[in-house]
Design a protein around this ligand. Structure first.
Ligand SMILES: Nc1ncnc2c1ncn2[C@@H]1O[C@H](COP(=O)(O)OP(=O)(O)O)[C@@H](O)[C@H]1O
Ligand SMILES: [Mg+2]
Length: 397
């Protein structure tokens, strides 16, 4: 599908916006569907402002698009089916179905011959206690669906914390011992599906964004080393500070997964690296990923261009890293400082030989903890990029 064709995007957030910006430069047209008027993507491309489960709006998106993609995972199954019928959705909906649910996702990863941390399905406090006894503490309890940025999960270090963790992750659910009948049972919410995972004492977290085109060509970007603060991605450091052999294995593993899952488009693979150099996959995202934003300024092809290439079945772009880079996220509380720093003569950057490239998402409301933009710090050595983050003094909170 050549430039000139229209790409419909389900979702109008920052990922849709950066996709549309990259794809427009290649000559594609875009249209986005997002309920929020003036969504980040809608500022750079025509937008249908309607709810995601609005069938008429989905039909209009299909009518106006030659090919459809999505920028988030929780696409309504009915809408996905409708779009596949009325337009062309090369990514399909099978992988969405898999990654919408942590248990299905883990089963699919294991089926591709790739290791995940030991885990158990949990449906009640009694099952949680049994699972914790089997796996051994510490563990992490997570909702199977709907979690992001660490929401919907709790770390359990002591057996005495099991009940509190259960109440936190499954609020309103009855716990064992609640008297049956009357008030207790009728007000208790159903327990959402939960998964208990063994806590991995990782040396670091890395991620690989891989791409696969409709014709089956596969390429991966260099692994990013990811540092989270309050469960939100703070830094991606590339090259990751792990031996090259581990980087190679991480890419192989991501390529094995995207091939095994028969995916088209991008697949972001989050992994834990242990002290002994073992890799465990944590989770998958079938879309552009925050930890792949470094590619926008530091690679021969960005993850967004690569996604467009994959879904339009162009040859995939070269993924060579052109320079070491540190990506730092700009949250609501960092926005003003980051804009001011990058908009004035930056002595720290000059001294360190760092080139900061600021990307702003155009969200109408800035909130604490909300992703408002990011800075790619191009540098000779990632230590210099990290020094810039340290010395600029903007990321203290
Ligand atoms: N099993 C685990 N062992 C150690 N740390 C974990 C584990 N699961 C999650 N974490 C930590 O919590 C973060 C968020 O968990 P993740 O499953 O990726 O959920 P989210 O959907 O919120 O990104 C991870 O990046 C990691 O730092
Ligand atoms: Mg994650």
């Amino acid at each position: 599908m050549l430039p000139g064709a229209t790409i419909g995007v389900l979702g109008g957030g920052q990922l849709g916006r950066m996709l549309a910006l990259a794809g427009s430069a290649m000559g594609y047209r875009f249209v986005a569907l997002d309920p929020a008027p003036d969504a980040p993507c809608g500022q750079v491309t025509p937008q249908i402002a309607a709810a995601y489960n609005d069938q008429d709006a989905a039909r209009e998106l299909a009518r106006r698009s030659d090919v459809i993609t999505y920028e988030f995972e929780n696409v309504d199954a009915g809408v996905a089916a409708l779009l596949a019928e009325e337009s062309y959705v090369p990514q399909g909906s099978a992988l969405l179905y898999t990654t919408q649910h942590r248990l299905r996702e883990k089963a699919a990863i294991e089926a591709a011959g790739v290791p995940v941390a030991p885990y158990r399905k949990v449906g009640s406090l009694a099952e949680l206690e049994a699972a914790a006894a089997e796996l051994g503490l510490p563990c992490v309890l997570k909702t199977a669906t709907g979690g992001y940025d660490g929401k919907g999960q709790a770390v359990i270090r002591e057996a005495t914390e099991l009940e509190a963790a259960f109440r936190q992750v499954a609020p309103g659910a009855a716990v064992a011992g609640t008297p049956a009948g009357e008030a207790g049972a009728s007000t208790a919410a159903a327990v959402p599906e939960l998964v208990l995972e063994k806590f991995v004492a990782f040396q670091c977290e890395i991620s690989v964004v891989a791409a696969r085109s409709a014709s089956g060509e596969v390429k991966s970007f260099p692994p990013a080393e990811n540092i989270h603060v309050n469960n939100i991605l703070h830094l991606s450091i590339v090259p990751a500070r792990v031996p090259e052999e581990i980087q190679r294995r991480a890419c192989e593993l991501a390529e094995r997964l995207i091939t095994g899952l028969n995916a088209v488009g991008l697949l972001a693979v989050e992994m834990f690296v242990t002290e002994d150099g073992e890799l465990f996959v944590n989770e998958l995202a079938p879309r552009p990923h925050n930890s792949g934003h470094y590619t926008m300024d530091a690679c021969a092809t960005s993850q967004f261009e690569q996604h467009v290439r994959a879904i339009t079945n162009l040859p995939l772009g070269d993924t060579t890293l052109l320079t070491p880079v540190v990506m730092v996220n700009v949250l609501g509380q960092h926005l003003e400082g980051a804009v001011n720093t990058v908009s004035a003569y930056d002595e720290i950057a000059n001294k360190l030989g760092v080139i900061p490239k600021l990307h702003i998402y155009g969200k109408t409301e800035s909130k604490n903890g909300r992703k408002m933009g990011h800075i790619n710090l191009l540098c000779k050595d990632t230590e210099d990029g990290l020094s810039w983050v340290e010395q600029s003094n903007l990321w203290r909170n």
